[in-house]
Write a protein that binds this ligand. Structure first.
Ligand code: PGA
Length: 236
């Protein structure tokens, strides 16, 4: 069974998130879809959604704290209010745009794993590394596991080549399977692929050897497309 996750990034309002969630929930219920589905809205759109019975709501980010003085951040006190126990850690936009270091990421990972959160942990190489070949790519990706307990029971991994994120350029099946099989030979955890997954390619990608599902940005923001992706992958 595929795992399908939507990362809203900095998109949707509180109102449109509400509509999206209700729509997806009704779709899953009425079609009796048992696929594991996650949605990561913006922090301002988190809420205690009574309707969320068939999928999991997660946080795109939070600080490694319960509460305190960390201007602009949220901690577990704010997540607990909405029963959120799932978090994305290590996304390339946090690494490369927001400047999170591996050390900070590892600290965040320890904090949230100690609390038993389900963690979707992202790894992936930038274009200049990919251009140096598979060996260098794997070296780079393995560095992103420094300080991370890969035996953590509530862990899902997501391989997202940076050059494929939000660019419309999907990795080739060979790119995906070579990296996935290498990671899988070292770490026995579900491994999603992310990077320009869309309605047209979701089934093909999720059916590849070593791919357990997809983490989707752009194509998941339109609810009809997200539902279609779920539909297309439900029997895998
Ligand atoms: P994308 O983003 O689907 O827009 O490429 C994927 C991600 O960043 O998780």
């Amino acid at each position: 069974m595929a795992i399908i996750a939507s990362n809203f990034k900095t998109n949707h309002t509180r109102k449109s998130t509400n509509d999206f969630i209700e729509n997806v929930n009704n779709f899953l219920l009425s079609n009796d879809i048992k696929e594991e589905v996650y949605v990561f809205p913006t922090a301002t759109s988190l809420d205690y959604f009574k309707t969320v019975s068939n999928f999991t709501l997660g946080a795109q980010n939070a600080y490694a704290t319960t509460n305190g003085s960390f201007t602009g951040e949220i901690g577990t006190e704010q997540l607990d209010e909405f029963g959120i126990k799932t978090i994305l850690i290590g996304h390339s936009e946090r690494r490369h745009i927001l400047g999170e270091s591996q050390e900070e990421i590892a600290k965040k990972f320890s904090f949230y794993s100690e609390l038993g959160y389900k963690i979707i942990y992202c790894i992936g190489e930038p274009l200049e590394v990919k251009e140096q070949g598979l060996e260098k790519t794997l070296e780079y990706v393995y560095e992103q596991f420094v300080g991370i307990d890969t035996n953590y029971e509530n862990l899902i991994l997501a391989y997202e080549p940076v050059w494929a994120i939000g660019t419309g350029v999907t990795a080739t099946n060979t790119d995906i399977t070579s990296v996935h099989s290498a990671i899988k030979s070292k770490i026995a955890k579900p491994l999603l692929y992310g990077g320009s997954v869309k309605v047209a390619n979701a089934h093909e990608i999720c059916a590849l050897d070593g791919v357990d599902g997809a983490l989707i940005g752009t194509a998941s923001w339109k609810v009809e497309d997200f539902k279609q992706i779920i539909e297309n992958t439900k029997d895998l």
